[in-house]
Write a protein that binds this ligand. Structure first.
Ligand SMILES: [Zn+2]
Length: 628
C-alpha cells in the first residue's frame, strides 16, 4: 500500500466510508454494469466508465492484480424495439453500438476491462442460475415467465432502502395480476413473436434484465467478490434485484463494496433520455478534446452530481492545454541537453546528480497529496489543483532558470530536477487519472488547437491573417485596431501572445459565445424530431416490468397534448417530458426553454408566447407555429 495510507471507499450498502480490504490479499475482483447497446452512449455512460476506470487504474497503481468485468447488454426490450423499428436484426444493432461504445471508451482513454461479456453469450449460465433460484423456491413460474418472489427474501430493500410496503398493488406500481407481489420481477420472459429467444426448461424465451449481472459476475468472479459498481440510478431496482437473486442462488454470496457514481445534470436537472436533455459522448468529443472531457468528468467527486456546462468544458480544455504545453516546453528544453550526453541520474563521469531541495519538496508534496486524496474515496476533484499546479509552476520557472548561464553542476542538478518532477507529474498523477495520452505532447497540443479552431469557426490561416493584420496595425500605431483584433479572437477562444518579435496563438477559454451556445446544445442533429413510433416506444418502456416501482405520477405523464390555451393575450402550449421538441422562440431554443420551465403536478410543462414572439419549430411531428 502506497505511503502506508489506507484506501477508504464509500460503500452504498453500509452507507459509510470503509477501509478497502480485498477478499484475497493482493487481488481485486470488480464488476461494473455496462451499457444496453441500442444507441450512442451519453455523458452519463461516460461518467460511469471514466470513474470506474480511475478506480481500476488506482487499484493497479496500489499494486493489486485486478480482474475487472464490465458487461454488454445485447438482449433487451429497448434493443428489440429499436431494431424492429429500423427493420434490423437486434444483434447487428447491438453489436454496432457496442463497437461505438468501445470507440468512445478508446477516445476517453478508458483501459479495456479484463472481461467484457455479452449477455447473449451467457444464456446457459443465466438459465443455470434461474434453475438454482427456482430449486431454492425463491422463484415461481407463470405461463412461460419466471418471476422472483421478493417476499421470500427478507433482506429485500437492504441496498436501496426501499421498503416493500411502498409497492402495494394498485397504489404506486402498475398491477400485474400474475405476480404474487407487485415488486416481483422477471428472471425469464416467455418468447414473443419477432423477438430473439432461447430454449429453456420453462419454454422458449429470454432473460430478464437483472439476472444477467448476477450470472456473469458469478461466472467470472464467483459469488463472492470485492467491488460492484454502477451509476446511482442502478441501485434500485437493478442492484437490489441482483443482491436478491445472487443470495437466493447462493447463501454465501456477497459483494464487499457497492460503489455508485452520481448523476450528470444539465442546468441542474438530471440528464436523461426521457427528458431529452442529454448529450452523447460523440457530440462533445466532436467539439472538445476527449482529454478535456475526461478532465471535466473527474473534476467533481464521483459521488457528487456533476453539472454539465460549456464553460466547465472550456476550463477543462484550457487546463489540459496548459499541462501539455508545460510538458512540451520541458521536453524541448531538455532534449538538446540530454543529447549532449547527459544521462538520467548521472553526469558524464557517472557521478550521481542530486536534485534540488525545492524539487524534492515539490515531488514529495505532489505524491503525498495525490495519495491522500485518492485514498479518500477517490477524491479526484482536489488533485488537479494544489500540489499538482505547484509542480507545473516549478517546471515553468525552472525552464526560465535553465536559460540563464550557470555552473555546470548546478545546471545538471536543475536538469535532473526537471526530469524527476516531470516524471512525477506524468507517471504518478496523469497516468493514474488516465490523462496521459498515448500521443506525443505536441500531437495533443495540435489536436487541442484544431478543436479550438473548429469552435471558433476558423482555420489556422484565418488566425495567421489576423496576426498579420494586427502586426500592420501596430506598425501604423493603430493600437485601437490591434487591441480590437486581439479581443475579437480572445472572445472566440484564440489567444494571441507576443513572444519577442513574434506573435503566436494558443486556445483559451471563450467568452461571450458560450452563453449563447449553451442554449444551442444539443446539436440540431441530436434534436431531430423523433417519429411518433419512438414516442410509443418510450411509452411502452415505462410500463415495462423493470420499471414497476416508478411512482404512478411518472406513468401518467402521457400527454393531453396538443393542449393550447389563450390567456391574457398569451398562448400557452403544454408539453410533457416525452414530447420531442425542436425549434426556436425568438432566438432561444424551445427545448432549452422547456427544460427550464416548472412542471405541474401532472408532469406537464407550459410555454407561453405572445403575438410578437417569433416561433418556428416542431413538437413531435407537428409544426408548432401551426399549432399556436
Ligand atoms: Zn448490471
Amino acid at each position: 500500500m502506497a505511503a502506508g495510507k489506507e484506501f477508504m471507499v464509500y460503500n452504498s450498502m453500509t452507507r459509510q466510508k470503509e477501509t478497502f480490504r480485498p477478499i484475497e490479499p493482493g487481488k481485486v475482483s470488480m464488476y461494473v454494469c455496462g451499457i444496453t447497446a441500442y444507441d450512442l452512449s451519453h455523458l452519463g455512460h461516460a461518467r460511469a466508465a471514466v470513474n470506474f476506470d480511475v478506480l481500476f487504474r488506482y487499484l493497479k497503481h496500489l499494486g493489486y492484480e485486478v480482474t475487472y468485468v464490465r458487461n454488454f447488454t445485447d438482449v433487451d426490450d429497448k434493443i428489440i424495439m429499436r431494431a424492429n423499428k429500423n427493420g434490423e436484426d437486434p444483434f447487428s444493432l447491438s453489436s454496432r453500438f457496442c463497437k461505438e461504445y468501445l470507440n468512445d471508451m478508446g477516445d476517453l482513454q478508458c483501459l479495456l476491462p479484463t472481461h467484457q461479456p455479452y449477455v447473449s453469450e451467457h444464456i446457459e449460465h443465466i438459465k443455470d442460475l434461474i434453475t438454482q433460484i427456482i430449486n431454492k423456491e425463491y422463484a415461481y413460474l407463470v405461463g412461460g415467465d419466471v418471476f422472483f418472489a421478493v417476499d421470500k427474501f427478507p433482506n429485500y430493500g437492504q441496498l436501496s432502502g426501499q421498503k416493500l410496503e411502498h409497492n402495494r398493488a394498485g397504489e404506486r406500481v402498475a398491477v400485474d395480476s400474475r405476480k404474487r407481489n407487485p415488486a416481483d420481477f422477471a428472471l425469464w420472459k416467455s418468447a414473443k413473436p419477432g423477438e430473439p429467444s432461447w430454449e429453456s426448461p420453462w419454454g422458449p424465451g429470454r432473460p430478464g434484465w437483472h439476472i444477467e449481472c448476477s450470472a456473469m459476475s458469478a461466472h467470472y468472479l464467483t459469488f463472492k467478490f470485492d467491488i460492484h459498481g454502477g451509476g446511482i440510478d442502478l441501485i434500485f431496482p437493478h442492484h437490489e434485484n441482483e443482491v436478491a437473486q445472487s443470495c437466493a442462488a447462493c447463501q454465501e454470496s456477497s459483494v464487499s463494496y457497492w460503489m455508485h457514481n452520481g448523476h450528470v445534470t444539465n442546468n441542474n436537472e438530471k440528464m436523461s433520455k426521457s427528458l431529452n436533455n442529454f448529450f452523447t459522448i460523440r457530440e462533445i468529443t466532436e467539439k472538445y478534446h476527449p482529454l478535456a472531457l475526461r478532465h471535466f468528468l473527474i473534476s467533481a467527486h464521483y459521488r457528487s452530481p456533476l453539472n454539465y456546462t460549456i464553460s466547465q468544458l472550456e476550463s477543462s480544455s484550457d487546463a489540459i492545454y496548459y499541462v501539455y504545453q508545460t510538458l512540451q516546453d520541458c521536453e524541448d528544453a531538455l532534449a538538446p541537453l540530454l543529447e549532449e550526453g547527459l544521462k538520467e541520474g548521472a553526469d558524464q563521469n557517472g557521478k550521481i546528480v542530486k536534485i534540488t531541495l525545492t524539487a524534492q519538496e515539490c515531488i514529495s508534496k505532489l505524491k503525498n497529496e495525490f495519495e491522500s486524496k485518492m485514498c479518500d474515496d477517490l477524491n479526484t476533484a482536489q488533485i488537479l489543483t494544489g500540489a499538482f499546479q505547484d509542480a507545473l509552476k516549478f517546471i515553468n520557472s525552472s525552464l526560465n532558470g535553465l536559460k540563464k548561464k550557470q555552473q555546470k553542476q548546478k545546471q545538471l542538478s536543475m536538469v535532473q530536477s526537471l526530469i524527476d518532477v516531470k516524471k512525477a507529474v506524468t507517471d504518478d498523477v496523469l497516468d493514474v487519472l488516465g490523462l496521459k495520452s498515448s500521443h506525443t505532447y505536441s500531437e495533443v497540443l495540435q489536436q487541442l488547437k484544431a478543436k479550438a479552431l473548429e469552435r471558433a469557426g476558423m482555420v489556422e490561416n484565418d488566425v495567421l491573417k489576423k496576426i498579420e493584420e494586427r502586426k500592420r496595425a501596430r506598425e501604423n500605431k493603430d493600437f485601437a485596431m490591434s487591441d480590437q483584433i486581439r479581443a475579437d479572437l480572445t472572445r472566440k477562444g484564440i489567444a494571441l501572445m507576443d513572444v519577442g518579435k513574434e506573435t503566436i496563438w494558443r486556445p483559451c477559454v471563450r467568452e461571450e459565445p458560450i452563453k449563447e451556445e449553451e442554449k444551442q446544445l444539443p446539436t440540431e442533429e441530436e434534436q431531430k424530431v423523433l417519429p411518433v413510433e419512438q414516442k410509443e416506444e418510450q411509452k411502452q418502456l415505462s410500463s415495462e416490468e423493470e420499471h414497476n416501482a416508478l411512482p404512478v405520477e411518472k406513468e401518467l405523464a402521457v400527454s393531453t397534448w396538443p393542449n393550447t390555451q389563450v390567456q391574457n393575450g398569451f398562448k400557452n402550449l403544454s408539453f410533457n417530458n416525452k414530447d420531442k421538441i425542436k425549434g426556436k422562440v425568438n432566438s432561444t431554443r424551445i427545448d432549452f426553454l422547456v427544460i427550464k420551465m416548472k412542471t405541474n403536478e401532472k408532469g406537464l410543462k407550459t410555454l407561453s408566447f405572445n403575438d410578437k414572439d417569433k416561433i418556428k419549430g416542431k413538437v413531435n411531428s407537428t409544426r408548432i407555429d401551426f399549432l399556436v
